[in-house]
Design a protein around this ligand. Structure first.
Ligand code: ADP
Ligand code: MG
Length: 678
């Protein structure tokens, strides 16, 4: 019995060498081969030359009515010309540097050529010829992405062979009701029309079905993972409501509406018997930390421990310092666990954690090292979540007894992308800044306006403000980054001497050196802090009101927005100065986006449009899969529909027992374990 799971080795002419070659394209099974869709199609529908415009791209079909004439110039260059009868006209067809076609140009043969129309000379400068005599063999113009191991034509003929041999065992995965509702093709037809469409509208219809199918299957997998998680036992964290209320009123400011909503969402999860798996999104400065503190207090009031994991030691230390203040006078005991502790300190801390004497543990990756044993871990919070691999978070999650997990991210992800990447998580969004914040004013200056920028900076310093200056980023060379920052530091130190003090921070300094500089900046003894971005400028210094970024066009939008978020934390007007002479349109657009909005979600959306969804979160860790046909940005509507259809299907009782749905059930079983994060 043939199965789509058969190896491609089953095909004629596919031996071990070819199996290996196909594997370089990720093709192992017949299924892989059949779903290796074309990336585009050449339009092979002939045009009417009498209406074609000069220099237009055309496809023409006709009969060869002259012998080919080949002229060679030097070793590689050549010109091949022949006449072709197209309708009532005879035109000239010319190929450059494709001398091998000479053999195929035979008097009387019907061919299709693709190229550019020269109306004056009645000539097509062609780049491709398709022999169209046999309508069955007619090329559909499908173009595949191939590599040096496999030729277009080889791949095409293998796909054709696979389709011919296996078309009868291609099951349709989408439930009939959905296919009928959206007028989608069945799967066999879809695969046929993707690879060998008779015309471009069939190819488009097939692509529409494939996009829906791809998104639907993906969402179905995500949401069944989520459903399974929901059914797993978690802790019912029965926090003490009165104590929690007292704690919230002790904070010293009123929570924003968005913060209150998010706190409620989290508290509902804590109380519930399932394991919380929630993503907390909010722009820099939107007040995530205090929301985290409330969740921590709730868990601890119920007798659990909480852990907070930060990506760098500086950030961990800063959280510890901040939270120790917030929890001052409560029963929350904070412990900071980092790699820079001595062995003895480490052991002492571990003992206290194991005994439960310390109930809030803050740290970096050290938190998930094996020798840390918790007494009763109930809540895990990760900060800057996109920097942690899913595996690291998973390890942390397995630390205690299915602790609730809250992942905080300050890099807003467009909603559209969040439903793709985090479909198995619940998402809470803080979309409101605390009242009274003055929007940061962002200005874009040319690199030769540096002295104006420095004058502006001097005026701000004279009013008692402090400033961050980010030195140019040299990709892939830390040594150069350090050199740059040091040069800039020397230059500015001279410039501001003796009135203002300048500090320097870079990746080659020791933790102690960095701490010392940060401390001076925080205390106001240093007014200007020069740094490379490698350094997490994660400090919260409300007195800093200027962020100046050299060669700002070297940075991505998300990073620029993060950096800008370091200012604007106090009552004063804050500024972000971008020094940049961008060379590309995209670089210019990044600058104008920064100038035109302060909203992290808008910035993220723009970032996604400029870079594409796959790139936005960097790498595999982001969990955004490479879709074959669907584009989560361009096909957003389909993605949203597929998502809600997948959810309704999972909620329909006994859907998985219907015969019609068996292929889908099998598909889910086969893919259940490989989550999109692998
Ligand atoms: P995030 O972690 O989201 O970047 P923070 O939690 O650091 O933001 O909050 C930024 C600043 O705003 C902090 O100084 C915090 O104390 C303050 N803050 C947070 N929420 C409020 C609020 N509702 N009203 C006033 N100030 C707030
Ligand atoms: Mg719970």
């Amino acid at each position: 019995m043939k199965s789509l799971q058969d190896s491609v080795a089953e095909l004629k002419g596919v031996g071990p060498k070819r199996v290996a070659d196909l594997a370089t394209l990720g093709i192992d099974t017949i299924e892989d081969l059949l779903s290796y869709y074309p990336t585009r199609y050449d339009d092979v529908t002939p045009v009417d030359l009498t209406t074609a415009k000069d220099r237009q791209k055309v496809t023409v079909e006709g009969e060869i009515v002259s012998e080919p004439l080949l002229s060679r110039f030097g070793y590689r260059r050549s010109r091949l010309a022949f006449r072709m009868q197209v309708g009532q006209q005879v035109i000239m067809v010319t190929f450059f540097n494709q001398a091998y076609l000479e053999k195929k140009v035979e008097l009387g043969k019907t061919v299709t050529v693709l190229g550019k129309w020269d109306a004056q000379r009645m000539q097509v400068t062609a780049n491709k010829m398709i022999e169209s005599a046999d309508p069955d063999k007619k090329d559909s113009g499908a173009i595949y992405s191939v590599n040096k191991h496999i030729k277009q034509s080889t791949l095409k003929s293998l796909i054709k062979q696979a389709y011919d041999d296996y078309q009868n065992v291609i099951p349709t995965l989408l439930p009939k009701a959905l296919r009928d509702h959206y007028r989608l093709m069945d799967r066999r037809e879809m695969i046929k029309d993707l690879h060998f469409p008779a015309n471009s509208s069939l190819a488009q219809a097939a692509r529409r079905t494939a996009t829906y199918e791809e998104f639907f299957l993906f969402q179905l997998r995500l949401q069944s993972i989520r459903q399974a998680n929901r059914q797993k036992d978690g802790n019912k964290i029965l926090y003490r409501n009165d104590e929690l209320k007292d704690f919230i009123s002790s904070i010293g400011f009123e929570l924003t509406g968005a913060q209150k909503r998010v706190v409620n969402e989290i508290c509902r999860d804590l109380r519930a018997p399932y394991q919380m798996n929630r993503l907390l999104q909010g722009d820099v400065g939107s007040g995530k930390t205090i929301v985290a503190a409330i969740a921590i207090f709730a868990a601890i009031s119920a007798g659990y421990q909480a852990a907070l994991m930060a990506p760098t030691e500086i950030l961990a230390a800063q959280h510890a310092e901040k939270l120790a203040k917030v929890f001052d006078g409560t029963y929350v005991q904070v412990g900071l666990l980092t790699g820079s502790l001595t062995k003895k300190q480490h052991n002492q801390l571990n003992t206290a954690i194991k005994r439960g004497d310390i109930n809030l543990i803050i740290g970096t990756h050290a938190l998930i090292q094996d020798d840390v044993e918790y007494a009763n871990l109930g809540l895990v919070i990760t900060d800057e979540q996109h920097r942690f691999g899913v595996n690291q978070r998973q390890t942390l999650r397995e630390k205690g007894n299915n602790p609730d997990v809250l992942a905080m991210t300050a890099t807003p992800i467009p909603r559209t992308l969040a439903i793709t990447a985090y479909g198995e998580m619940d998402v809470s969004i803080i979309d409101e800044l605390p009242a009274g914040r003055k929007p940061i004013e962002t200005r874009w200056l040319k690199v030769n306006q540096q002295s104006e920028a420095l004058h502006f900076l001097t005026d701000q310093l004279a009013e008692g403000a402090q400033a961050y200056i980010v030195s140019p980023l040299i990709e892939e060379s830390e040594a150069l980054d350090v050199q740059n920052a040091t040069d800039l530091y020397n230059e500015l130190d001279k410039y501001f001497e003796p009135k203002y003090k300048v500090g320097l921070l870079h990746g080659r300094m020791t933790a102690d050196e960095k701490d010392a500089v940060m401390h001076e900046f925080q205390a106001g003894n240093v007014q200007v802090l020069v740094s490379t971005t490698v350094i997490e400028v994660g400090v919260d210094n409300p007195n800093a009101t200027v962020m100046m970024i050299y060669n700002a066009d070297r940075f991505g939008l998300a990073q620029l927005h993060q950096l800008r978020g370091r200012v604007g934390r106090g009552d004063r007007q804050s500024y972000c100065l971008l020094l940049a002479d961008p060379k590309t349109d995209e670089g210019k657009e990044r600058m104008t986006t920064m100038v035109s909005t302060n909203d992290g979600f808008v910035v993220a959306q723009k970032d996604m449009e400029l870079r594409g969804a796959g790139d936005i979160l960097g790498n595999k860790q982001s969990g955004v899969p490479d879709f074959k046909v669907g584009d989560p940005v361009g096909d957003l509507k389909i993605l949203q529909i597929a998502r809600s259809d997948a959810a309704s299907l999972l909620q329909t009782p006994h859907w998985d027992e219907e015969d019609d749905n068996q292929p889908l059930v099998l598909y889910l079983q086969r893919h259940q374990l490989e989550t999109h994060f692998d």
